[in-house]
Design a protein around this ligand. Sequence first.
Ligand code: 26W
Length: 809
Amino acid sequence: MFDNKESFKDMFKKELVSQLGKPVLQATHADVYRILGMLIRERIGPDWANTNQSLQAAKARQVYYFSMEFLIGRQLGNNLLNLGVLEMVRDGLEELGFDLAAAEEEENDPGLGNGGLGRLAACFLDSLAAQQLPGHGCGIRYRYGLFEQKIIDGHQVELPDYWLQRGNVWEVCREDKKVEVRFGGQVHMSERENRLQIELTDYESIWAIPYDIPVVGSGSSHVNTLRLWSARPGNEPIKPLASKDGSYYNYLNYYRSVESISEFLYPDDSEYEGKQLRLKQQYFLCSAGLQSVLRTYDKLGLPVQSLPDKVAVHINDTHPTLVIPELMRILLDEKGCSWEQAWHITTRTVSYTNHTTLSEALEKWPAGMLKQLLPRIYMIIEEINTRFCAMLLQRYPGEQERISQLAIIYGDQIRMANLAIAGSYSVNGVAALHTEILKNREMKVFYELYPEKFNNKTNGISHRRWLIHANPELARLITEAIGTRWIAQPQEMIGLIKYAGDPGFMEKITEVRRNNKLKLAKYVQEKLSIHIDPDSIFDVQAKRLHAYKRQLLNVLHMMHLYNQLKDNPSADIVPRTFLFSAKAAPGYYLAKSIIKLINTVADAVNRDHAVREKMKVVFLENYSVSLAEKIIPAADISEQISTAGKEASGTGNMKFMMNGSITIGTLDGANVEMHQMLGDDNMFLFGLNAKQVMEHNQKGDYCPRHIYEVDSRVKEVMDQLIHPGRFCAEGQHFEAIYQSVLHHQDEFFVLKDFSSYVEAHLQIDLAYRNASEWTKKSIMNIAHSGKFSSDQTIREYASGIWRIEPHVT
Ligand code: 26W
């Protein structure tokens, strides 16, 4: 094993020659990446084995984080960093004539998630390992990541993202640990020795094959596991329904239907086709994951009643809620527990995080679909519901309305959030405001029933990924100023406050930030052939495209600004570069139209030589973790402009803050907590607050048409959406967008907030002119960002929910 630069260089050269049969001088960036990956994996191996062994020997309590998404990003740089060899490897490679950054670019970025929820899971894994906490991820190894986005003629086009094409050096296939997952079939009940016996026949059987990825703890030898499951028919499928008649084509169909289970991540978060397949995926994850958790537990030789003392199962949103009935099934049918015992164990093992207040995003499954696909699981859910409703009837006699709101099965639907709350011991929201909204509005009846279950855990981000890895120059500067302690304890960044007025430090930070802007400008030039001015304000909105996130508000403001520049070409404004990056769910028409609109406005503005010194608009395609790492360190302005009450927390807001961008935002999600620390001086707030939005909704008194009629700026930009002119060519228009904000009672209040948004942007323009004041704000943002470290968040989960402790191997 290498432990200094020279031994690293020797090993690297040796490995290169023996693995690839190439002289060192001929190695490509891809070769360098591959060899590095192999060396690093070898280095991790022994620590990984030790951690597992030692946890088992100590019978340590462990948490398993079940999630349909893990947006882990590229692994090479992060692993080098966490192993503490990043600088050494970078220097060693350089001496051999190679560039680490170029090698890093060779790694495919695994897009195993949609957005914040998936990235949060990845930050949590990083923080668990860094603090030597026994906590593992459990997910699906989708063969294709979330689609690859291309912008063609301004439109989003989706391509399959075959991220595994060149193999994955970080995973280990554990064929020997495969488990069986069953779908369909008939349930038979009989009585033997006074006990109910359950047998499933004629089911479809598939194999779940685990692929393990090591999660390396920063600065320690602790290595946790991210276990991702892949679906595969066995060589000899046990009883594939489809091939009962033995026909080869039936077998092929069966084969394909099995493989499809771990093929795609469903990108759609509004309305989605492939519903049944998604349900299949969810059960696949829950059943495979739980079976493997219980197999590990069984090795401890403890009675099943002690499960909750040793195992915590966390569900990331409702997507893995089926762990609840699946655990019940295993306890009842395989471990011989009574209903009461099984329920007692389950409800002390499972905890649940909610990530949304949008009621349409709360998962519901048609009862018939669930019954057909998972007959035994359906029976168990029915029984849970029956007993739950019986309890409710006793507790709330005569309160039909309340009971029907609480019921798990209602009409033909199974409400997964209701099942998750009833079957778990902890329910948390992801920011203070979000949790309050859950308690007082969205989940009020549940809060009244189980106040003790509800708690808040404000989200956080890994400063290792989002600051030290993404912005190494800034990290170095922080260390120069306040020493190295912040690296292990990011809240120590608060020490930067005293440098907020220090001319030397301010100068350096300005330089670092300008370098980052130059780098991004170079990237934009290469990718899009658009020149952007590094001295303009980089105003960035990068996140999933969704109506509630209001990219549209941003576009309307850009259109207005451009109109102003056309009216008055010599207007004195600080030059602006508006940057966007966002994927829209493929079936989400409005979101895709907004992408087209951004690109239409971009074309008009960027083509116009009269405004070239003042304004540019850029849409960067294929938003991903690695692209975010390039964009965020270069942003002056972070757009966090959701309709108040709609964004559960946001985590992008925290990433930008940690890199020194200033937020323009509403009092929504974690912005509220940012504002409490930063005050009005270091943030630009605008718009309705959550209470005002709610009141308008209750009264139904919001009239966008009125705003359109009285505010000429609004009228102008709205009309431009549907009439040919400055932006739209003949025959081109954005009718659906126009209608969505004007003719319905737009629940996102776009026009209502327009005026104060424009005003906030004027304030930004003014503030940016005072360079030293701006830099001060930037430093204040960085200094306070330690509060949003996921290390802190994870400590709160560890002590407040999971009751796990650091384990020193
Ligand atoms: C039903 C399918 C489905 C799948 C994914 C619905 C919704 C999703 C989302 C994309 C979930 C998501 O990413 N939510 C975000 O979670 C973050 C982490 O807690 C929060 O910071 C964001 O506010 C929230 O939108």
